[in-house]
Structure formats: structure tokens, C-alpha cells
Design a protein around this ligand. Structure first.
Ligand code: FEO
Ligand code: CA
Ligand code: CA
Length: 698
């Protein structure tokens, strides 16, 4: 581990100003099709702003300025490894874990920000790659050969650019699990020898390799004796690719907008792509969000009908050739030839890893947008709520609530029943209102005893079954062109909603808003209470509580948990915790919870100049807001996935060395030497006694 000074390398000079801060141009090009370099597609005149109190941060900044100490400016924030980690604990946890310094699950020495080409973990912890790009998943998978990859090999091997990671236990002991992983996107300049790949003229085999490198993997894993996870051969192993059959289900299935020449039923789709994050359901399946699906299609300009053209524009579909040129090898990627194929992506998909022969589902009832993730909470009366964010500047946060009730258990019968719940219910979009300027944190670094919130919110219904609540839209149109429907009802334009997840311990919901450098730009919405900074480069984290603690409620209360960035900066806020005792954090993306209810956050595009990483932060008690960095990922990589259990942490290292190319690799992780970088899943554990792993954070 290298503890480098806090003022890191300047942002890479090759990074165009049109790309998001902290993110390489290569990542922007391949991951989201340069979404940030294009105007944000939400140009709706969305009338919500009048309700919202501005400048919450200037108010909070004044409260917090006194707490910013010079330590943060002189070096990475000095975290007390002992005293400050010994704060109060919520009564429920004190009951479970007794008193003492180990009770909070974050008792580790934070990792210093750095730019090392390595995964850096706290002292006393170990880490090892579980599986990486090209490693075998299915029987007969050949050994990975960077110089001679084939589509047939890739279809049996672990895909590219791992993002979401979910663990589905196979037995009650939890030792054996199915690890389900998203492969968000391909970056061909890293995947092929430079003299073999021409971005303007990819070969058909190279395109087919990319189709096989997308999708998802199911891999059986078990706890290694010494700690961490290892892959074991298993009958559940599965690859899902662009060629895997999916069933379109729910109220929009069979719509004319979903029919193509290959599928006149509008109910059968091959493949899933740009699967970003997701969630494990209580019934043991996995939800996965199709995010920047738009970039794979070509020739939106061929559509002249103004209504259809506006729909394509709002979803950012490209006018000319696509980046990867897939349209040359399958006409379904060409909007001029198959105008509806693009409507068959942008959904939440559900796969049942317990049944490797099952047909995965695309759930139209959850709406179509750039789904970052989808996470479930059971309502008080036993129904199912699903939270999902639309990851685009100025786009929205959504919730779906089922009509039917959850059947506990993970039997095949229960899974079938519960998967059907997501086909019938009500889709809502969120409106955040700031309404309580006199409330707030009291400046002492603790949550006020009355637990006041910054504002209130409302879930605005869009459609339920075949009934639309949006004037001018049929229900089918609400589900398929969800963004346009939400534009008309007063939803709050957010700073790129990423992962949204309910906390299983305190029941509140947490949303990562990664950044929005356009906030407050000329002609754009200015800061509001829920998106409190103009030119937001570092992102923030919101926390809300549904009315009566019920995920079915249509109103909620919310507050800011973190306003990320340099703790020495007046425009940052760490849940009221002293800012000289936190790790700097920038661009929150994926969130997860440990068994104590601590929030774990992985980052994407750190705008502070150091590598991305994984952070833990308590959300209760005297340590609320004490952000501690648990690990850093290699040069150019994004930290994704995270899974936090009692004895292992999993993180997906996505796009290591992304700013380079195979001709000039910027990272050699994980294989070292002069190897090409390989996106991989890493497991981390604490060294314990007698060669056994210890407890994470204790
Ligand atoms: Fe694929 Fe929103 O990150
Ligand atoms: Ca993400
Ligand atoms: Ca998550």
C-alpha cells in the first residue's frame, strides 16, 4: 500500500472537457456512449422547482465550515482507528452485539487515497481475485488467450467489465452460493490486440465476441477455508449473452411498440445489454438494470415521424452509425430497419439462478429507462416495492408497488409466484420537496434527537396495470416511454440517480446521486434542496423514510446523508460527523449494507484525483456520517458490485487501465508483469485466528 499525498496527479490531460470529471474518455465512449458529452436528453419544462428551497448547502456549509480542519488539507483525512470508532450504537445493535469497540462493523484502519495499480485493503485484511474476464464458467471453456479469443470461447467464459455482484445462498449454512454478475459493456480497444482491431471496421467474429462478453454470469462459489470465495464446478453455472432468449412480461408485453420482424408477438427478445447494477430479491432471484442500452443502436435519424423521433431523442438513440457497428452484422441494431428493437431494451430483467434452464424475464411494469439497478422491499401488508433510478443527468427516481403479496420462501413454487408479482402493480415517480429550513443538523455532529428531515416527498402514480394516470399517455406508452410520461407530472430532476437500496436494519432507503456537472449551467435547472450543488462534480447520498415506515406509502420524508467531495471544502457534508475525521469520497455509485445496517458505497469516477474505492459509513448514532475508505481499486478502474457479509467483502473491479489501450496498457492488474488488464471480481477477508477468516469490521 502506498500512502501518497492527498493532492494527486492532475486529471489526465487526454481527458476531454466534454467528459465527466474524473472519468476517462475511453470509459465515456464505451460505457455510456459519451452520454455526458451530449446535451442531457431531459429538456422538459418540468414544473417542480417552485416548491423547492434553494441553497440548502450554503446553510449547511455555514454550519459545517467550522468543523473543517487543516488535517484534511495536509494529508488524507486522519481517521481515528480507535476512539472515534467507538461511538454509540443503536439499541437494537447494542442488544445484538453487546457493548464495546467491535460492535459497529467498521472497525478497520481506513485505506489512504492512492493511485496504485492494485487493490489496496486495510491492514489485517487479505484479498484475492475470485474470477476475471475470460476465466471458465461453463464446462469445456478453453483457457483464456488474449491473442486468439473466439466468440465460442467467450460464450463459455466470464464476460467483460463486471459490474453488479449478487450472492444467492445455495444452502442455509451460507458456505455455498451462486454469484451472479453483470457484464455491463465491452471496451474493444482493450479486448483485442491493437493490430487486430479497427474500430471503424470490426470483424464479424469480433462483434460476436462482444455479444458473448455482454450479459451476465452465474458462477457457483464457496467459502475458502482461509477466507474469501473460490469458484467450484457447479451445475448452476450459466452465461447469459446477447443471444439468450428473454420473455417480455407485464402490461406492455405484446404491444405494437415491442413487435419486430423477428418477433411479431412482441414478447420474445434475444439478449440483455449494458446491465449495470441490480439487486438480489427476497425470493432468491436477481434483478438487473439495462442502463445505457441506447448506444448499441444506429440510425435514429432515419425516423421522420415527429412523435417517434422525440421518443428516440429522449432516450438518446444515436443518429448515425453505432460505436461498435453491430448493425452491420444484425439488422436489429439498425433503427432504420427495425424501429422497435430499441424499445425491447431499457428494462429491469430478472433471472432465476436456481434454475439454469429458466427463461429470464424483462419486466415491463417497472418502466423503461436507463435502469441503474432495482432493489426490493416488502411492504407492511406483504406486497413488493421495487426502487430504481434512471441514471442520466436530470432524470428521475421510480418505485413500483405490486398488487399481489409476497410468498415467503425460495421453493420453485414461491419463486414462480414472486416473479409474477413484478408484472402487476403501480409505477410511481418521485417528487422531492424541501420544506423545513428551520430543521437540520445541530452542528454537534449528531443526528438531532427529533430526527428531523430536510423535506418531504411524494410518489406520483404513472400507471397501474392497463390504467394510465398520465394525461395524453396510454398505460402501454407510460411503460415503454416512461421518461416522457414522467416529464409531464412534476417529477424532480435528479443528479444522475444510481443505486437505490432499502436498509434492512433501519428500513430507510438510500440513493446514490453520482454527479451532474450540468446542474445550474446556462438554461439548466439550478440547485435545489435534494440536489444541492450547482456544477455537482462529486455527488451526494439521499436518505428517505416512507410514511409510517411502509414501502407502499405514497409520501416520504428525506434528508441529505452525504454531500461528497473534499472534506476541506465548504460544500461537503458528512451526516454531521466532524469533517476532519472522514475519508474523502467522490461520485457514489453502488450501495450495499452490512448486517449492522452500515452503508457501503462504491465509487465511479473519483473527481478528487485518486483511484476509486469502497467506503463504509454508519447511518445511526454518534458515528453517523463517519465515512471510512475500505479499499481502493487499480488505476483507471471503477469499484462496483459491492457485497458485504460477515466474513467476506466482494467488489467488482471494472475497466482497470481504462484510459489506455491494448497497445499501451495503463494497468497490468490483476496478472502483473506486462499483461493486459482484466476486469475481475475480488474477495476481501480479515485475517483471523487459526487460519480462519475474522469478522469484517470487527
Ligand atoms: Fe453503469 Fe450508472 O452506472
Ligand atoms: Ca453504476
Ligand atoms: Ca446495490
Amino acid at each position: 500500500m502506498s500512502a501518497e499525498p492527498r493532492r494527486f496527479l492532475p486529471l489526465l490531460s487526454s481527458m476531454s472537457r466534454t467528459h465527466r470529471p474524473g472519468r476517462s474518455a475511453v470509459t465515456c465512449e464505451y460505457r455510456c456512449g459519451n452520454a455526458c458529452a451530449h446535451p442531457a436528453p431531459n429538456t422538459s419544462d418540468n414544473e417542480y422547482f417552485g416548491d423547492v428551497v434553494k441553497n440548502v448547502l450554503s446553510r449547511r456549509g455555514a454550519l459545517r465550515a467550522g468543523a473543517v480542519m487543516t488535517a484534511a488539507a495536509a494529508g488524507f483525512a486522519a481517521l481515528p482507528g480507535t476512539a472515534a470508532a467507538q461511538g454509540a450504537v443503536p439499541p437494537a445493535l447494542a442488544h445484538r452485539h453487546g457493548s464495546g469497540r467491535h460492535r459497529q462493523g467498521i472497525d478497520f484502519e481506513p485505506v489512504a487515497p492512492n493511485t496504485a495499480d492494485a487493490v489496496t485493503v486495510p491492514d489485517g485484511y487479505e484479498q484475492r481475485v475470485v474470477i476475471g474476464w475470460g476465466d471458465p464458467v461453463l464446462p469445456g471453456a478453453p483457457k483464456f488467450d488474449f491473442n486468439a479469443q473466439t466468440a465460442a470461447a467467450q460464450a463459455k467464459q466470464f464476460g467483460y467489465n463486471n459490474d453488479f455482484v449478487g450472492l444467492v445462498p445455495l444452502d442455509s449454512s451460507g458456505r455455498s452460493s451462486l454469484m451472479v454478475v453483470n457484464h455491463e459493456y465491452t471496451a474493444e480497444v482493450h479486448m483485442f490486440p491493437a493490430d487486430q482491431y479497427d474500430p471503424d471496421n470490426p470483424t464479424e467474429e469480433q462483434v460476436r465476441i462482444a455479444w458473448a462478453a455482454h450479459g451476465m454470469s452465474v458462477v457457483q462459489v464457496t467459502r475458502a477455508r482461509e477466507g474469501g470465495l473460490k469458484v467450484v464446478p457447479g451445475r448452476y453455472n450459466r452465461r447469459i449473452t446477447i443471444n439468450t432468449e428473454f420473455e417480455l412480461r407485464g402490461p406492455a408485453a405484446g404491444s405494437d411498440h415491442l413487435k419486430t420482424s423477428a418477433d411479431p408477438s412482441g414478447r420474445k427478445v434475444f439478449g440483455t445489454q449494458n446491465n449495470c447494477a441490480g439487486g438480489v430479491t427476497p425470493w432468491g432471484t436477481v434483478l438487473s438494470g439495462e442502463e445505457n442500452f441506447n448506444q448499441y443502436f444506429a440510425n435514429a435519424s432515419a425516423v421522420s415521424d415527429p412523435v417517434a423521433a422525440e421518443r428516440l431523442r429522449r432516450y438518446g438513440l444515436p443518429s448515425g452509425a453505432s460505436r461498435r457497428k453491430w448493425e452491420r452484422f444484425d439488422k436489429r441494431w439498425d433503427i432504420a430497419q427495425e424501429p422497435n428493437e430499441c424499445n425491447r431494451f431499457g428494462w429491469v430483467v430478472e433471472i432465476d439462478p436456481n434454475d439454469p434452464n429458466s427463461t429470464p424475464v424483462k419486466h415491463t411494469a417497472l418502466g423503461r429507462f436507463k435502469h441503474e439497478a432495482a432493489n426490493v422491499k416488502i411492504t407492511k401488508d406483504g406486497r413488493v416495492a421495487v426502487y430504481s433510478g434512471d441514471d442520466e443527468r436530470f432524470d428521475y427516481i421510480y418505485k413500483f408497488v405490486s398488487n399481489g403479496k409476497y410468498k415467503p420462501g425460495r421453493s420453485a413454487h414461491a419463486r414462480r409466484h414472486n416473479m409474477s408479482l413484478l408484472d402487476d402493480g403501480t409505477l410511481y415517480v418521485a417528487r422531492f420537496t424541501g420544506d423545513s429550513p428551520a430543521s437540520e443538523i445541530d452542528g454537534s455532529g449528531t443526528l438531532p434527537s427529533d430526527g428531523e428531515f430536510d423535506g418531504s416527498g411524494e410518489w406520483i402514480p404513472l400507471a397501474s396495470g392497463n390504467r394510465s394516470f398520465v394525461p395524453g399517455f396510454t398505460a402501454e406508452e407510460v411503460y415503454i416511454f416512461t421518461r416522457l410520461a414522467a416529464d409531464t407530472v412534476g417529477a424532480t430532476k435528479m443528479d444522475r440517480p444510481e443505486d437505490i437500496e432499502p436498509n434492512p436494519v433501519n428500513g430507510r432507503v438510500y440513493a446514490a446521486l453520482t454527479n451532474n456537472s450540468d446542474r445550474g449551467a446556462a438554461g439548466k435547472e439550478a440547485a435545489d434542496e435534494a440536489n444541492p450543488r450547482n456544477g455537482n462534480r462529486n455527488g451526494h447520498v439521499l436518505e428517505w423514510e416512507e410514511a409510517a415506515g411502509d414501502a407502499a406509502s405514497t409520501t416520504f420524508s428525506w434528508r441529505l446523508l452525504l454531500v461528497c467531495g473534499d472534506p476541506a471544502s465548504a460544500d461537503t457534508y458528512f451526516g454531521g460527523f466532524p469533517k476532519d475525521q472522514v475519508s474523502p469520497i467522490s461520485c457514489p455509485d453502488n450501495v450495499a449494507f452490512d448486517g449492522y445496517g452500515n452503508l457501503w458505497i462504491s465509487t465511479d469516477g473519483n473527481a478528487l484525483g485518486s483511484n476509486d474505492g469502497l467506503f463504509a459509513v454508519p447511518v445511526e448514532g454518534a458515528n453517523r456520517g463517519q465515512v471510512k475508505q475500505f479499499l481502493t481499486v487499480p488505476i483507471g478502474a471503477e469499484a462496483c458490485g459491492p457485497v458485504v457479509t460477515e466474513d467476506v467483502v466482494l467488489v467488482a473491479v471494472q475497466h482497470p487501465g481504462e484510459d489506455g489501450s491494448s497497445a499501451d496498457p495503463q494497468s497490468h492488474w490483476p496478472d502483473g508483469g506486462d499483461s493486459q488488464p482484466r476486469p475481475s471480481i475480488v474477495s476481501v477477508w480479515k485475517r483471523g485466528r487459526h487460519g480462519r477468516p475474522g469478522h469484517i469490521g470487527r
